[in-house]
Design a binder for this molecule. Structure first.
Ligand code: NAD
Ligand code: DAU
Length: 369
C-alpha cells in the first residue's frame, strides 16, 4: 500500500463539520492549510451548530453546504461542483443514549449515509481509480482518499486490564456502536472490492469546547452551574479513556496526510477515568471557579438507573499512530479539563442557546430549503 503524499492543493469534503469534533477539524484545516479548499457538509441536526465556526466562516478557503449525507444527489453535486479529492467523514448520530431510544436514526445516518457517501466518491473518482485519468498517477491532484472517522466502541467492552488494539475483533454492544461498526466494515469492503483508497481511525472519548451538553462532561458542567442534579449511571464505575478534542483533530490531520491507505489507526489519550471520579473532579474544579464552598457541587450527584447494556470500560493502545505517524497528545488531562471548564463558563450563552427550543427553531427557519 502506498503512503499518501501531500499535494499543494486539495479540495476536501469534511462531513459533520458543524458538530463537536468536526468543527475543530474544520477550524484546523481552514487555518493551517490556506492552499486547500475546505467544504463542510452538514445537515445541521440538533448537534450541528454553525456558531461553532464563526471564526472561520468568512475564510476564503471555506464553504458550507447544508445537506444530508443520505441525499445522494446533493452529495454528488458537491463532489462535481468542488472537484472533491479527499473526504474526512465525521457526520453521524453520535449519542449512545439516543441510539437506545431511536436505533433507526443511527442505521439511517451512520450506515446508509456512509454507504451513500462511498457510492458517490466511487462514482466521482472512477476514472482516477481505474487509471484512465491523466490525474490518476503520481503525486498531486491525482490522489484521492476517503478517511472514515470512527470510534473505539466498535471493539466492545473491556472486562480486564487489556487495551484495544487495531487487531482487536469487533464486538459492538449498543445500537450506536453496531451502526459505526457496520459503517467501518462498508468502508473496508469498498477498499477491497472497488479499490477505493481509504483510512479508518478509531478514537476514544473526546472532551473540550463546543461539546453538546448531552454528553457526560459538558452535561455535568452545565448542571453544576445551574444547580441541577448530576445523573451518574449505575454505580459510576464505568471507565472511559479521555482525549482533548484538539488532540483528536491533530491526529486526524496526521492520519489524513501521512496514514497508509487501507490501514486503521487507534487514537487515545492513555487517560482512563472512572465516571464517578471524573464527576467528583469536575465538582472540585467548579467549586473553585464558581467560588463555592468545597464539596458544595458534589452534593448534586445523583445515582440513576444504569444505561441499558452499559459498556464497562474502554481503553486505547495508541502506540501505532505514535510510532508510525509521530502523533501524541499535546496536553495533560488536568490542563485540558481546566481549559474546557473555562470555555463553558465563558460561553454560557452558547450552552443556554444549544439547550433551548429557540436554537432549534432558529436553525429550522434559517436553513429551511
Ligand atoms: P456530533 O454529534 O457532535 O456531531 C455530528 C455532526 O454530524 C453534527 O454537526 C450533525 O449536524 C451532523 N450530522 C448528523 N447527521 C447528519 C446527516 N445525516 N447528514 C449530514 N450531517 C449530519 O458528533 P461528534 O461527537 O463530533 O462525533 C463526530 C464523529 O466522530 C462521529 O462519526 C463519531 O462517531 C466519531 N467519534 C466521536 C467521539 C466522541 O467522543 N465524541 C469519539 C470517537 C469517534
Ligand atoms: O468512546 C468513544 C465514544 O464516546 C464516541 O464514539 C461517542 O460518540 C461519544 O458519545 C462517547 O460515548 P460514551 O457513551 O462513552 O459517552 P457519554 O458522554 O454519553 O458517557 C460517558 C460515560 O458517562 C458513560 O459511561 C455513560 C456515563 N454517563 C453519561 C451521561 C450522559 C453518566 O453516568 N451520566 C450521564 O448523564
Amino acid at each position: 500500500m502506498q503512503r499518501n503524499t501531500l499535494s499543494a492543493e486539495r479540495r476536501i469534503l469534511i462531513t459533520g463539520g458543524a458538530g463537536f469534533i468536526g468543527s475543530h477539524v474544520v477550524r484546523r484545516f481552514v487555518k493551517n492549510y490556506p492552499q486547500y479548499r475546505i467544504i463542510n457538509l452538514d445537515a445541521l441536526t440538533y448537534a450541528g451548530n454553525l456558531e461553532n465556526l464563526r471564526d472561520v466562516e468568512k475564510a476564503p478557503n471555506y464553504t458550507f453546504v447544508k445537506a444530508d449525507i443520505c441525499d445522494a444527489v446533493a452529495v454528488a453535486m458537491v463532489f462535481t461542483e468542488h472537484a472533491i479529492d479527499g473526504v474526512i467523514h465525521l457526520a453521524a448520530e453520535s449519542h449512545v443514549d439516543r441510539s437506545i431510544s431511536d436505533p433507526m436514526a443511527f442505521v439511517t445516518t451512520n450506515v446508509i449515509g456512509t454507504v451513500t457517501l462511498l457510492n458517490v466518491a466511487r462514482e466521482a473518482w472512477k476514472d482516477r481509480l481505474s487509471g484512465h485519468s491523466p490525474l490518476s498517477s503520481g503525486e498531486g491532484r491525482g490522489e484521492v482518499r476517503f478517511y472514515h472517522v470512527s470510534t473505539d466502541e466498535v471493539y466492545g467492552s473491556l472486562h480486564d486490564d487489556s487495551l484495544f488494539l487495531e487487531s482487536t475483533p469487533y464486538d459492538p454492544q449498543s445500537p450506536y456502536s453496531a451502526s459505526k461498526a457496520a459503517s467501518d466494515h462498508f468502508v473496508r469492503a469498498y477498499g477491497n472490492t472497488y479499490k477505493l483508497p481509504f483510512v479508518v481511525s478509531n478514537c476514544s472519548n473526546n472532551y473540550g469546547s463546543h461539546h453538546f451538553p448531552e454528553k457526560l462532561i459538558p452535561l455535568m458542567i452545565n448542571n453544576i452551574r445551574n444547580n441541577k442534579p448530576l445523573p451518574v449511571y449505575g454505580k459510576g464505575e464505568n471507565v472511559r479513556d479521555w482525549l482533548w478534542v484538539e488532540d483528536h483533530a491533530s491526529a486526524i490531520d496526521a492520519v489524513f496526510h501521512k496514514g497508509v491507505n487501507g490501514e486503521t489507526y487507534n487514537i487515545g489519550g492513555h487517560n482512563e477515568w472512572k465516571n464517578i471520579d471524573l464527576v467528583h473532579l469536575l465538582c472540585r474544579i467548579m467549586d473553585q471557579k464558581l467560588g463555592r464552598a468545597e464539596g458544595e457541587s458534589a452534593k448534586l450527584i445523583t445515582y440513576v438507573t444504569d444505561r441499558a447494556g452499559h459498556d464497562l470500560r474502554y481503553a486505547i493502545d495508541a502506540s501505532k499512530i505514535e510510532r508510525d505517524l509521530g502523533w501524541k497528545p499535546s496536553i495533560t488531562f488536568e490542563v485540558g479539563l481546566e481549559r474546557t471548564v473555562d470555555w463553558y463558563l465563558a460561553n454560557t450563552e452558547w450552552l443556554d442557546h444549544v439547550t433551548s427550543g429557540a436554537y432549534l427553531r432558529y436553525y429550522e427557519v434559517q436553513y429551511a430549503r
